[in-house]
Design a protein around this ligand. Structure first.
Ligand code: ADP
Length: 502
């Protein structure tokens, strides 16, 4: 409520000071109409050039062809208005010309303005060919300059002592129609504009229509209609200044058009949708692998029963077939178990607590006791830090990495060493082995689910172990990678963020 009343107050002050400025300008017109006219025109020229400067300099990071098109157009409109101002009756810049000259430039400027406002919405969301737009304006400017100053073929707009010519009046009406059409087009495209900007643009164009209608009726360059027409022009340029410059500079992020905000919103929506479908997928993988366990247990226990009871009693083929089936069921069991473990990382994770990695190491070591003894591996470690983590998952992580180091051993006696060093904001853990190593080209792939570099006969496995490791590390806010060369051992490294106290 407070902000609303504050902005209401702000509007009130704005209107009051606007009225005051117009009143002072009115007083100036009483003192010297030329002074009034020059001030009014200078104001709109400054606004026009400012629109160009803002649009031109922001073109690289504001993906908005509407603003750029309008910006270029206003550069030329400002130029034409400058000539109009210099040519105005009494300025004396172009000796030998009367009120017809400024009126001609006025008409050209307003045609360019109205057509630009009409065409600009068509460029929304399209790529603008800047060179073509600039060239088009240069041609219009040159043709009007030459036809007014040299060829003398530009239709007369004002005849001294008589007033406006039909060409000028009809032109003003046509310009009003073009402006009205531009409002309709804006309304049709309203979905792509910020509401406030749209309102300001429409208000500005409406005021321009008002000023054009007034300009159909003057008989003298210094008369009352001219005063009112210029008041309207000042208001219209102020409104377009509010719409394009102030909004563009003061609120650059929800700038003029909603495309930035819209894409942000749709991005957030997509992220939400992605998170939802991800959760659904994880839940699905979990439920599927969990529920598959039971029927699989049935299949494999009856197969084992068959194998035991009928081995040697049927023919040789039957023994082979049963053995294949038992083998297949066993492989499926480990796949399902691993899948379950993979989906459990995110669905069954525990809260993080202080975890001493030396204890984690000891637990992983104990779980791997049999494999370590059988392989004769020498498994060592440096002092390891305490981190905030899910201890069960950390054990699983260490166990997978050390387990792999044992599994993918080379010909030499196995040596596996775990260490940790301080990074900038994280601990960098390393598990180094002297095993078969990994070709650099596979260094990324091995962390993907079901990706294996070796056949099941050579080294048994499902290809899920490292995918689980990556999921665990990522859940802790870290990342995992490997340094290795084929035949030269591997070093798996992963990070765990440091606690604030570290
Ligand atoms: P699995 O061990 O079931 O094959 P992982 O996801 O744990 O699946 O590993 C994926 C692949 O990465 C392995 O098949 C292996 O080719 C390679 N790999 C993993 N750890 C090592 C290691 N310590 N040394 C060499 N290769 C490894």
């Amino acid at each position: 409520m407070e902000t609303r009343s504050a902005s209401g107050e702000h509007k009130y002050i704005l209107i009051l000071s606007g009225a005051l400025v117009l009143f002072v300008l009115y007083l100036a017109s009483l003192y010297n109409f030329l002074l009034f006219h020059s001030l009014a025109e200078i104001f709109s020229i400054v606004v026009a050039f400012s629109i160009f400067i803002v649009a031109w300099n922001s073109r690289r990071f504001v993906d908005n062809s509407y603003l750029l098109f309008i910006g270029i157009a206003y550069l030329f409109i400002g130029g034409l208005d400058t000539i109009h101002t210099l040519a105005y009756t009494g300025m004396g810049v172009f000796p030998g010309y009367d009120t017809n000259l400024p009126a001609q430039f006025w008409v050209v400027a307003r045609y360019v303005e109205s057509f630009s406002l009409l065409f600009a919405p068509l460029f929304l969301g399209r790529k603008l060919r800047v060179n073509v737009v600039i060239l088009g304006h240069v041609v219009v400017l040159l043709v009007s300059l030459v036809s007014i100053f040299y060829w003398n073929i530009f239709p007369d707009c004002f005849v001294e002592g008589v007033g406006l010519t039909p060409f000028k009046k009809i032109s003003e009406y046509i310009i009003c129609l073009i402006l009205a059409a531009s409002i309709l087009l804006l309304l049709r495209k309203r979905g792509e504009f910020d509401t406030e900007v749209l309102q300001l643009l429409i208000a500005s164009i409406t005021t321009t229509i008002g000023s054009e209608l007034i300009f159909t009726s003057y008989v003298h360059a210094y008369g009352f209609p001219n005063l009112m027409g210029h008041f309207f022009k000042i208001i219209s340029f102020y409104l377009i200044y509010r719409a394009l410059i102030r909004t563009g500079l003061v609120r650059p992020y929800d700038l003029l058009f909603r495309n930035l905000r819209q894409s942000e919103e749709s991005l957030a929506q997509q992220a939400q949708e992605l998170a939802r479908s991800n959760a659904e997928l994880q839940q699905f993988a979990y439920v599927a692998s969990h529920d598959l366990q039971e029927p699989l247990r049935m299949v494999s226990s009856y197969l084992q029963l068959l194998a035991r009871r009928y081995r040697g009693k049927l023919d040789d083929d039957a023994d082979d077939f049963i053995a294949y089936a038992v083998d297949g069921a066993e492989r499926m069991r480990s796949l399902i178990n691993d899948l379950l473990a993979y989906s459990r990382v995110s669905t069954h994770g525990r809260d993080f607590e202080l975890v001493d990695c030396e204890v984690v190491f000891e637990n992983a070591f104990a779980n791997l006791q049999v494999a370590i003894e059988e392989s004769g591996a020498v498994v060592t470690h440096d002092p390891l830090p305490t981190v905030m983590a899910d201890d069960v998952q950390l054990v699983q992580l260490f166990q997978n990495l050390i387990g792999n180091a044992i599994k993918f051993r080379g010909k030499e006696a196995i040596r596996i060493h775990t260490s940790a060093e301080r990074g900038e904001n994280e601990w960098i853990f390393s598990v180094r082995d002297n095993g078969i190593g990994i070709d650099a080209e596979y260094a990324e792939r091995i962390f993907e689910i079901f990706q294996r570099l070796h056949s099941g006969q050579e080294y048994p496995g499902t290809g899920i172990g490292l995918a689980i490791c990556r999921k665990i590390v990522e859940r802790h806010g870290g990342s995992i990678w490997v340094h290795s060369e084929s035949g030269n051992g591997s070093t798996f490294q992963f990070t765990i963020p440091m606690m604030e106290l570290d």
